[in-house]
Design a protein around this ligand. Sequence first.
Ligand code: URP
Ligand code: ZN
Ligand code: ZN
Length: 462
Amino acid sequence: MPLLITGGRLITATDDYVADIYCAGETISRIEPAIDRASLPPGTDVVDAAGKYVFPGFIDPHVHIYLPFMGTLAADDYASASRAALAGGTTTLIEMICPGPADEPWEAFELWRSKAQGLAAVDYTFHMSVVRFEERVRDQFRKIVGAGVASFKVFLAYKGALNLSDEHLFAAMKLARELGVIVTAHCENADAIDALQKSLLAAGHTGPEWHGPSRPPAVEADGVHHLCTFAELLGTHVYTVHTSCDPAVRAALAARYRGVNVWIESVIPHFVLDETYAAQPEFAGAKYVMSPPLRAKANQEVLWHGVKSRAISTVATDHAPFSFRGQKEMGRAAFTQIPNGIPSVQERIDLLHTYGVCAERIDLHALVDAGSTQAARLFGLYPRKGTIRIGSDADLVVYDPAFRGTFTKAASHSKVDYNAYEGWQRIGRPSVVTVRGAIQARDGQFVGTEGRGQFLAREPTH
Ligand code: URP
Ligand code: ZN
Ligand code: ZN
């Protein structure tokens, strides 16, 4: 059905103006100060956006939905994750494909893709994890890139599981350079963490509050530096995921200063939660165990300044959904067994608005840039996604900045049994969310079509 959005304040990474938007089909057809309704076909759906912002659909470039990890399986599927994303204004997800070292990469790609088909209500694409790289699998990675997955993921962390040896890391980054593929990377030194974990457990430090001390900022900064050294040697373009602290941001910026093509992602939990949450009594801190861990509060201002100054390109979520009952509880005897992750796909944009824009830490343009535009640019989706212009996909978020409420588990669509931001004040919410011209969510409720989401094939752009 054709769609007209009237009188909204259109906010992109660079522009701010009032206009009407008309979408005859899946893309934006017209943007004009006042579109005459008489010129539109009968049955056009009209959304009154007066007094509201209209943002480009938000892109979350780092989520986990199907994730076998730490002896369990992430709690969401594409139906629940899509609903959560849409309720929070996110219209495109980039999921990490995370196979085990013994799995065949092409089979993993097909498996992950099958999990989205028929269930996704948002558009989606993937980063392909390289957890093993031998000559034998080289052609499979070429084929995966040819199928439209133009980004790799590597883990410098998780010894004995997803961690890639230096030999394989170098070879994978070399192939990425040849193919023009950007390498996204979890940067923490796996061996240092392993040694620290062992000595903490041996000293009887088993609770979730010890997760942070087992992975201090220096361990992350070392990982960033290591990745950037390989990038410097090879010319590969790299992207540090969930960059959490001042030393890690500095390591990336130092590399950028010497000419390395490195971009920085941070994730919303690190902007608003600090290390004290993981120290909550009676094992409640387990809800706040993620990697890299929540940091000392002083790091939060560094991240906000990074977004404001554009030193940090994107704010993602690293949505990794594990329930407290039965999943986080697997680590009651040892923090090393707590599945890592803090689900946030529904809350990201409202948190950025409430604690970023309304607290005057960032402006609306930085919100759009870090929440949508930069992800589209870096991962080959721009200008189809990430902006509001004629010809772009009609992924639009009509956002009500006057809404007042709180974050609650009751309102969340994720299958996880807790909300990390329970009871927190919330300013603003998406009123209407469209994906390629179809209204998929209204006022936090899913009103769309399951399975309508499309796989986004991407070309290498680096
Ligand atoms: O704690 C996290 N980040 N869990 C998900 C896996 C990863 O490292 O991204
Ligand atoms: Zn990670
Ligand atoms: Zn992740």
